[in-house]
Design a protein around this ligand. Structure first.
Ligand SMILES: [Zn+2]
Ligand SMILES: [Zn+2]
Length: 246
């Protein structure tokens, strides 16, 4: 039987330079449970070291954690990659690490903390995570697909770091699995604003960088169970799985 799952598929942790330090794995999961979320995706900028700790913090609890990353492409587009197994994300991380340059300026951008499921600091990432990789969006989408993931341009309606702000259009031949509309616009307004993108599934998420923002925008998705494979079916509208739009 299918039922509706409450999904927030774009949440940062304290590993993202612009996120607050309180956004550590244990606190993040506690807030997600308070907000009655069923599925969350943890997507730091060009980084993923906190994902296993969020999964550990969620173990045995009534919430599914999707391993994810928000990669900055060479065009300065934010692209979400969502995975089933953690291994797919970790292979993508190896590629991103080879294509991301520079050192973080902690005074300017903030620290990038790796924190375990008990709230203990494991270390700091010193890469310039706020920077762009030199990976072009089209080849990155192919890479994500080869690794078994879903490729979803983030906040397409935003005036910076979005596929529309950077490229001006979405090619009808593009192989994006869905498009994310920011919470400021929401899916309903997004449909009115972008009729030419009707063939794509739309998602909306909190893009939370602060604990209080987790779950402030969610997408209800009709699934059999809370898993990545079910979400994959829903974004392509297979077997009755679907994203519910108001
Ligand atoms: Zn973004
Ligand atoms: Zn984000």
């Amino acid at each position: 039987m299918l039922k509706v799952f409450n999904c927030d598929l774009h949440i940062h942790t304290c590993l993202s330079p612009c996120a607050e330090l309180d956004m550590h794995p244990k606190a993040l999961v506690e807030r997600a449970l308070e907000q009655r979320l069923d599925i969350i995706a943890v997507s730091d900028h060009n980084a993923s070291a906190n994902v296993p700790y969020v999964m550990a913090a969620a173990a045995g609890k009534n919430i599914c954690v999707i391993p994810a990353m928000e990669i900055t492409t060479s065009e300065e587009v934010h692209l979400l990659a969502l995975f089933g197994p953690l291994a797919g994300l970790q292979r993508l991380q190896e590629i991103v690490d080879r294509h991301l340059f520079g050192v973080n300026d902690e005074d300017r951008f903030g620290v990038q903390a790796i924190v375990n499921e008990r709230g203990e600091v494991e270390g700091f990432n010193h890469q310039l995570l706020i920077g762009a990789t030199d990976l072009p969006i089209d080849s990155l989408v192919d890479t994500i697909h080869q690794l078994g993931g879903l490729a979803i341009p983030a906040h397409i309606d935003r005036e910076s770091f979005s596929v529309l702000s950077q490229l001006g259009f979405i090619d009808q031949s593009s192989r994006f699995d869905a498009l994310e509309i920011s919470k400021r616009m929401g899916i309903r307004k997004g449909r009115l604003r972008y009729p030419e993108l009707a063939r794509y599934a739309f998602l909306t998420s909190s893009d939370a960088h602060f604990i209080r923002d987790i779950g402030t925008a969610t997408t209800p998705i009709l699934l059999k169970e809370p898993t990545f494979d079910e979400i994959r079916m829903a974004v392509s509208g297979q077997n009755g799985r679907q994203i519910l739009e108001e």
